[in-house]
Design a protein around this ligand. Structure first.
Ligand code: CP3
Length: 348
């Protein structure tokens, strides 16, 4: 971390220090809702975009300029590691990611190669170095990875899922194979995030997006120890945002797993959730992304409700409760960012 970025509002909020206004960024802030991004995607696939560091860095930096957010997130995807793992990754239009050879048996787990992310996905680290240069210290850069459960769920299911039945079948049916898979993924994820930090990101976000499908006790037995190991392995001093959706039943356990910031979705009341998490942690969230489909008045109402719930306490980072929806008019994301800055400045 350099002196140029350590004093920026987003990083101060991660550390629960006072800022003059509430810092804001948007999950999936670069994406199909932006005309510039769509133009690039018209000439290259998502994978090619991620593998072309100059373009990934340009998308990262340009998005910050368009939206006026207080943090950049490197353009990449949580599933990029699936390629060097040898399971076959593609993105199917309108369906999402697809894994050609899902991991479902103990043999499948054993067959996974030992991957060094620096060799497996070198383009991510190149993109980070380039984006950092392009941002020139204006806003901090966030790196990210999938959480171990969410990564396992894609590898086992072979794609997106509603009920995660194959994943749960492995978890409950063969706990030994499950833990072996999670240990492999946790070690890989820790190395991947450490590599991103070495390449220059100022904070990292662990997206364990789908943990909300688990019973609290199962989360504690089958996921928490692995997530804790990922977070504990990271160098001190670089904030970690720990995010999940549908986590109303898991907040205390997520907090135990670790993170300087807990990311909340909109299904929880932010004030109540923060009360349960305790004062020692910052929170990120938690506007329903669907509110951005409505007009400016409704957006301002939604922003105000989230800021009211946070009550001006240091350690709140404004965000959506999940990613920007592809059908969102990009001007509505700008309106949200402006509303957060305006209303929180008035309050400060
Ligand atoms: O936020 C950013 O600007 C950084 C870019 C980013 C992407 N994926 C690019 C992407 C980030 C942070 C992610 C994280 C990610 N990827 C998560 C965790 C966050 C979450 O939303 O829960 C997950 C679960 C994935 C896996 C994934 N990749 C899915 C489910 C999809 C399909 C989504 C869809 O809407 O179709 C992808 C593809 C993907 N990754 C897109 C983008 C911008 C879709 C757009 C495209 O095809 O160009």
């Amino acid at each position: 971390m350099t002196a140029t970025t350590t004093s920026l509002p987003f990083l101060r909020a991660c550390r629960r220090e006072r800022t003059g206004f509430t810092p804001v960024w948007a999950m999936r802030q670069a994406g199909r809702y932006l005309p510039g991004y769509r133009a690039i995607r018209a000439r290259m696939s998502l994978l090619d975009l991620c593998k072309t560091p100059e373009v990934a860095a340009e998308v990262t930096v340009r998005t910050v300029e368009v939206l006026g957010v207080d943090a950049a997130i490197i353009f990449a995807d949580i599933l990029l590691l699936a390629e060097p793992l040898g399971v076959g990754l593609s993105y199917v239009k309108d369906e999402g990611p697809a894994i050609e050879r899902p991991v479902r048996t103990p043999e499948d787990v054993r067959r996974l190669p030992d991957v060094d992310p620096l060799d497996g996905v070198p383009f991510v680290f190149d993109a980070i170095r380039l984006a950092r240069g392009g941002l020139a210290g204006r806003v901090p850069l966030i790196g990210f990875a999938g959480g171990p459960f969410t990564m396992a769920s894609y590898l086992v299911e072979g794609g997106p899922s509603q009920a995660f039945l194959q994943t749960k079948r492995l978890m409950h049916g063969d706990p030994e194979a499950w833990h072996a898979l999670m240990e492999r993924l946790a070690a890989l994820t820790a190395r991947y995030l450490a590599g991103q930090i070495a390449a220059g990101v100022d904070a990292v976000q662990l997206f364990d997006s789908w943990i909300g499908c688990l019973a609290p006790d199962d989360y504690r037995r089958f996921v928490l120890p692995h997530t804790r190991r990922v977070i504990a392995a990271l160098p001190q001093g670089v904030p970690v945002i720990h995010f999940g959706t549908g986590t109303a039943g898991l907040l205390e356990a997520m907090r135990e797993a670790g993170g300087d910031v807990i990311g909340l979705d909109w299904r929880v009341d932010l004030a109540q959730a923060w009360g349960r998490l305790g004062d020692g942690v910052a929170v990120q969230g938690n506007l329903d992304p669907a509110v951005l489909l409505a007009g400016p008045e409704e957006i301002r109402r939604g922003v105000r409700a989230v800021l009211d719930a946070a009550g001006g306490r240091p350690g709140h980072i404004f965000n959506l409760g999940h990613g920007v929806l592809p059908e969102t008019p990009w001007q509505h994301v700008v309106a949200m960012v402006e509303a957060v800055h305006e209303m929180s400045r008035r309050r400060a």
